[in-house]
Design a binder for this molecule. Structure first.
Ligand SMILES: C[S@@+](CC[C@H](N)C(=O)[O-])C[C@H]1O[C@@H](n2cnc3c(N)ncnc32)[C@H](O)[C@@H]1O
Length: 292
């Protein structure tokens, strides 16, 4: 298998480490413990008094939860494959599970979505998620692609003014905005997070390319991507794998798929190029190019 990168995991680990350090000063309280959890269906995100934990692995996951700093006995919970645990959480919670034969624990914050996923060594770990919607896949949390990597993606994709770019999970819209500004190409960015779609629209306006780009707030696994000539992703490998049948079904022969850091599992034979580069902060990134 090609040189898999762990950029997102590292970024998330840093977030989790930083989060752990920050929350050590907080103390839990049971105030509002009886208040009903109101799931914000419109945003599809956990309410401020809820944590969602999704199981994106291929096995049942066992873990314990206890409010941070509480002397209470941790509650043991099990999560089936694909299920979402919605936990009432007024304050920070400590989650613990077994990894490499020993217990590891992290702090989880109210109002945030998390997922159990495999790490690059195939072990189950907790990652920050993107949303808590039960009716949609969580393809990856928001981590933006650095500008120099965006430029490399389009250089390798040989984009021009006739390109039609679809960015699956567009974040702040930077990928389609870059292609519109640099080549005059049309682009569609899709993201499930309304905050990201607002940022994308603002960015397009700021760069004066609103007429060339469109942003859709929806589950990208359900969007028709057949008009694309170039598809871009910065998603976790299991998400690229999940999308592969959609690529095979909907994309025209000759469509270029460019992925940041993570391969499309099962498409080894379709890979036509790749490049590794270092961003201004010294982090290495790999771009993979596939041709349908
Ligand atoms: C790693 S970010 C990539 C952002 C952007 N493409 C870039 O490279 O800078 C992944 C994005 O996927 C979005 N996402 C996660 N699940 C999604 C889904 N089911 N449908 C649409 N977007 C989703 C997240 O909200 C997040 O903004």
């Amino acid at each position: 298998m090609k040189n898999r990168k762990v950029g997102v995991l590292i970024a998330l680990s840093l977030i989790l480490i930083a989060a752990g350090a920050a929350c050590a000063r907080k103390t839990p309280s049971d105030r509002d413990a009886k208040a009903p959890i109101v799931f914000d269906a419109q945003r599809g995100f956990p309410s401020p008094k809820e944590i969602t934990i999704r199981n994106v692995t291929k096995e049942e996951v066992s873990y314990s939860l206890v409010p941070l700093g509480s002397n209470a006995k941790p509650e043991i919970r099990k999560l089936a494959v694909g299920a979402i645990d919605r936990v009432r959480a007024v304050d920070t919670m400590t989650i613990a599970y077994e990894k490499y034969g020993r217990e590891v624990s992290y702090s989880l914050y109210p109002g945030k979505p998390y997922s159990f996923r495999y790490d690059s060594g195939g072990k189950i770990d907790i990652w920050q998620g993107s949303h808590g919607r039960g009716d949609a896949e969580d393809l990856a949390p928001f981590v933006p692609t650095p500008p120099e990597v965006v430029a490399k993606m389009f250089e390798l994709a040989k984009a021009d003014k006739d390109s039609v770019i679809y960015d699956i999970g567009c974040g702040d819209g930077r990928i389609v905005v870059y292609a519109a500004k640099t080549f005059g190409a049309h682009g569609v960015g899709i993201d499930i997070d309304p905050a990201r779609i607002s940022e994308s629209k603002e960015n397009a306006k700021k760069e004066g390319v609103e007429k060339l780009v469109k942003f859709l707030m929806e589950d990208a696994t359900k969007t028709d991507i057949s008009p694309a000539t170039i598809v871009t992703t910065y998603l976790l490998p299991e998400s690229n794998e999940l999308l592969r049948p959609k690529f095979e079904r909907e994309l025209k022969p000759g469509t270029i798929i460019v992925t940041h850091n993570y391969i499309v599992p099962g498409w080894e034979g379709k890979e036509i190029n790749s490049a590794t580069l270092t961003d201004t902060s010294g982090t290495e990134h790999t771009v993979f190019v596939y041709k349908k």
